[in-house]
Design a protein around this ligand. Structure first.
Ligand code: THU
Length: 135
């Protein structure tokens, strides 16, 4: 089916991006692939730093690449890590997602075993402080 192919294409792009992770401290690789509504895919990997706090998660790298390229509307994101169950994005990334995603932005959380949890930001970050709070 077309949507299943689209899903596995996005997941394989996230997996490819995982190999670029800069993770000398955690040794925990994460990859992300974010598709804009205009159909462009932006990938990201986690990038750690010797000072620790400047480190950035894979999904935020992908979102910031896309937004800095002029994109603001997204259809889907795939996030992958070598986890027992589908990877869970950190709280900071969920807060960044609520800025740009709504419940029509599909989030595929996955792992190297091929488990996939399909969700959305309202499920991952209920009762959020989002952009509408400042309207
Ligand atoms: N990390 C991500 O890149 N995304 C996630 O969803 C979870 C955690 C990164 C941050 C850090 O580089 C490493 O994984 C260990 O926490």
């Amino acid at each position: 089916m077309r949507s299943e192919n689209a899903r596995s294409n996005l997941i394989s792009k996230a997996k490819q991006a995982m190999s670029n992770a800069h993770v000398p401290y955690s040794n925990f690789r994460v990859g992300a692939a974010l598709e804009s509504q205009s159909g462009v895919v932006y990938t990201g990997c986690n990038i750690e730093n010797a000072a620790y706090t400047p480190s950035c998660c894979a999904e935020r790298v992908a979102i910031f690449k896309a937004v800095s390229s002029g994109e603001k509307k997204f259809s889907r994101i795939a996030i992958i890590g070598d986890t027992e169950t589908p990877i869970a994005p950190c709280g900071v990334c969920r807060q960044v997602m609520i800025e740009f995603f709504d419940n029509t932005t599909t989030i595929y959380l996955t792992n190297l075993k091929g488990d996939v949890k399909e969700t959305n930001i309202n499920e991952l970050l209920p009762y959020a402080f989002g952009p509408e709070a400042l309207d």
